[in-house]
Design a binder for this molecule. Structure first.
Ligand code: SIN
Length: 517
């Protein structure tokens, strides 16, 4: 088995992973950066709305983060974001990379608003903000010596002293990570990358649900791998559903940005009624959990397949110039934004929980970090404030890389060698993989989605436990492929979400439990 040795192994090349790689490499560290696909295939690339930039009013932003979370977010994490966020945006995005955020006629940054925000404070690049940011950061990563980006390389399992060496004494040492077994999906070869720091930046888990705004492959890879080595997980019941994903039968759902509502669009039902106004004083601009639930309950009561985003308040020219992605994607599926409303349904969007870390991205497993959506510092509590996620990636990556670089200066010991990879060689049946993944996704959507009950969660658990048994056998007997690894991690992550949801009887933020019928 080939072994690659490095200082930092970063699993995931979205905004968090790429920013971490940049900071670590600039401090002289060698970085292996694993990308599931090409450099821009990440949830950060699909973030339409924007990134918060409000240098002058930290208290006001902090209060909005707490209010959106229904009073459950970690104050220290909120303070870090509001304290370090403006400098992170200013230095890297506005200064060094010159990301082309929209500006007004006078050249000043144009700020928009989204649900739960008490001020216009969101920088945006039309409705392609995540793409504009990630493209700039990824280009800088490519130009930075010391970073090796590995496209199509997927982490299989983390290496720890207790799980992956033959050193008897190490089994009783504190949990310590030293890299990962990694599959090169093009050649099918599994290698070990051994590293002084391993950082999970593998994105979210929306793809364990039938309807999602997430990129294919977002099945909680980081959460599942962390769980298998004993890392602490937290708040996994808090899966945020976005209220407005495009809906057309047999067409792919995609995000219809909340910034449209920030600019005046409103959610209505098939009769044109603004039903969200009945449940919250700020109506369509209420925190996301409130709006998603209102849409879900309205559809359940009416039997309608979708709600609508009424764009009547937005002049067509403005709409097309400011939201070209949404307009083009709607047009591709037969919806002309000049004429009619956009049909929308809620969809799984963001995992507020994840692998527990401190504010420097450290988990309870030595030398294992987590950042971005994979991690949970408690910033979002039970519900995330819109447009905090890209900022969290930047701030978290910077803090985690700085801590790692400082700590690594004192580390000299040679890295341990892992046991050789032993895997089966039988090809996996793709039909079984597809079918099992569909079962995970429909089970999660129907029994562990926007509205949960203990009976539904128990049903989900039974189905998923049986399925996990099957999949584990399948995994042991077959050659690893990207699809098989995805399935294995999807069923594990789904069980973890269901378990967390079943343990928490209290409705808060995005976790909504109803009494049994
Ligand atoms: C959106 O544009 O509606 C999504 C932004 C976010 O999730 O923060």
């Amino acid at each position: 088995m080939e072994i690659i040795e490095t200082d930092c192994l970063v699993i995931g090349a979205g905004l968090a992973g790429s920013a971490y790689a940049l900071h670590a490499a600039r401090a002289g560290r060698r970085v292996e950066l694993l990308a599931l696909d090409g450099p821009l295939v990440a949830n950060s690339d699909w973030a339409q709305g924007g990134i918060i930039y409000e240098p002058g009013a930290p208290a006001r932003l902090g209060a909005d983060i707490v209010a959106a979370s229904d009073g459950t977010s970690n104050p220290a994490a909120g303070e870090q974001l509001v304290r370090e966020g403006p400098a992170a945006v200013k230095e890297l995005l506005l200064g060094e990379l010159g990301v082309a955020f929209d500006r007004d006629a006078a050249g000043a940054l144009d700020l928009t608003r989204e649900g739960g925000h008490s001020a216009r404070r969101i920088l945006h690049a039309k409705d392609l903000t995540g793409h504009a940011i990630l493209a700039a950061v990824a280009a800088r990563v490519d130009a930075t010596p010391g970073i090796t980006r590995r496209g199509g390389w997927v982490a299989v399992d983390l290496l720890t002293l207790s799980h992956s060496t033959d050193l008897v004494a190490e089994r009783y040492a504190p949990l310590t990570c030293f890299g990962a077994y990694v599959l090169d999906t093009a050649s099918g070869v599994v290698r070990a990358i051994i590293a002084r720091r391993t950082v999970l930046a593998a994105g979210g888990l929306g793809q364990i649900f039938l309807h999602t705004t997430n990129q294919p492959g977002s099945v909680g890879h980081g959460v599942a791998m962390a769980y298998r080595v004993g890392a602490r997980l937290i708040d996994l019941e808090y899966v945020q559903f976005h209220p407005t994903a495009f809906h057309r039968p047999n067409a792919p759902g995609f995000l219809v940005t909340e910034a449209l509502r920030g600019e005046g669009a409103v959610i209505v039902n098939a009769r044109g009624e603004r039903f969200v106004d009945r449940v919250h004083p700020t109506g369509s601009l209420a925190p996301r959990d409130v709006v998603a639930r209102a849409v879900h309950l309205e559809l359940a009561a009416s039997g309608e397949p979708c709600a609508y985003l009424d764009l009547g308040a937005l002049p067509p020219d403005f709409l097309r110039a400011r939201f070209p992605t949404v307009a083009a994607r709607c047009a591709a599926h037969g919806v002309d934004v000049d004429r009619g409303p956009i049909p929308v349904v809620p969809a799984a969007h963001f995992s507020c929980g994840g692998v527990h870390t401190d504010l420097a991205g450290r988990t309870n497993v030595r030398n294992l970090g987590a950042i971005g959506e994979t991690a949970c510092t408690g910033l979002h509590g039970a519900n995330r404030l819109a447009s905090t996620s890209l900022l969290e990636c930047l701030v978290g990556a910077r803090a985690a890389a700085a801590a790692a670089v400082t700590e690594l200066a004192a580390e000299r010991d040679p890295l341990p060698r892992p046991r050789p990879w032993r895997g089966a060689d039988r090809p996996a049946d793709p039909t079984l993989i597809r079918q099992d993944l569909e079962l995970v996704r429909s089970t999660m959507w129907n029994y562990a989605g926007i509205v949960r009950s203990s009976r539904r969660l128990a049903r989900a658990r039974r189905i998923l436990l049986e399925l996990r048994e099957e999949i584990q056998g399948f995994y042991r007997d077959c050659r690893p492929t990207r699809e098989l690894l995805e399935l294995r991690n999807a069923v594990q992550t789904a069980l973890l979400v269901v378990h967390a949801a079943a343990l928490n009887p209290r409705s808060r933020g995005c976790h909504h439990v109803v009494a049994e019928d």
